[in-house]
Design a protein around this ligand. Structure first.
Ligand code: SAH
Ligand code: CA
Length: 219
């Protein structure tokens, strides 16, 4: 189901019926996740298809993901990569990512994905330290919102020139535009939105899909 707070359900149904091409493995992962607490954190299928399209369009080979959860976004992107493509996937939860690992196997992409189980700031700092700067084609930031700016500032050096970072949930269900809302996550997302708007290091656009997806391309 295409989920977006400003798309009426009737249009969502039409979008799904007309454009969606969700593989069986991904459908299975979606229904398993739907039954779980926090299941709504999963990207919708339409957004997954867009991200797969993007990495193919770019000819991406090396991808970074911050926030794996049950593995939908990493699986859909890994499936779109060539056989020598790779995904470095960051999360803190062994338990939740055990589901992701099961689906990476089912989808036949487990050999493309390396899971890093530590706070993502530490993983990103280590990647920079280990010489991965300037090597990633595409990155997806979708973990804890309070650290979004820290993730972005570490992801940008890891990207190649021309590489793209996609940042999820930048509408935060519309709370970003409610100026009486000062919840820490709302403030953090508003902050990264403002930061990117004036960041001369990147080209910028917004895709009003799901809960809002920012795309920034490294100059
Ligand atoms: N991209 C996923 C959804 C991610 S949900 C999908 O589309 O299905 C956010 C994830 O961020 C959760 O799995 C959570 O465990 C993880 N997370 C939270 N804090 C983190 C941190 N400090 N470092 C890395 N991952 C973190
Ligand atoms: Ca998300």
């Amino acid at each position: 189901m295409a989920r977006s707070f400003f798309i009426p359900p009737s249009l969502s149904e039409y979008i799904d019926a007309s454009w969606l091409r969700e593989s069986e493995v991904l459908q299975e992962l979606r229904s398993e996740t739907a039954k779980m607490p926090g299941g709504g954190m999963q990207i919708d299928a339409v957004q997954g298809q867009l991200m797969a399209f993007l990495v193919q369009l770019m000819g991406a080979k090396k991808v970074l993901e911050v926030g794996v959860f049950t593995g939908y976004s990493s699986t859909v992107v890994a499936m779109a990569l060539p056989s020598d493509g790779e995904v470095v996937a960051c999360d803190v939860s062994e338990e939740i990512t055990s589901i992701a690992r099961r689906y990476w196997k089912k989808a036949g992409v487990e050999s493309k994905i390396t899971l890093k189980l530590s706070p993502a700031i530490e993983t990103l700092d280590a990647l920079i330290e280990e010489g991965h700067a300037g090597s990633f084609d595409f990155a997806f930031i979708d973990a804890d919102k309070a650290n979004y700016l820290a993730y972005y500032e570490r992801t940008l050096p890891l990207l190649k020139k021309g590489g793209v970072v996609a940042i999820d949930n930048v509408f935060w269900d519309g709370r970003v535009m409610d100026m009486s809302n000062f919840e820490p996550e709302t403030v953090a997302i508003r902050q990264i939105n403002e930061h990117l708007h004036k960041d001369e290091r990147v080209e910028l656009c917004i895709v009003p899909i799901g809960d809002g997806l920012t795309l920034a391309r490294k100059r």
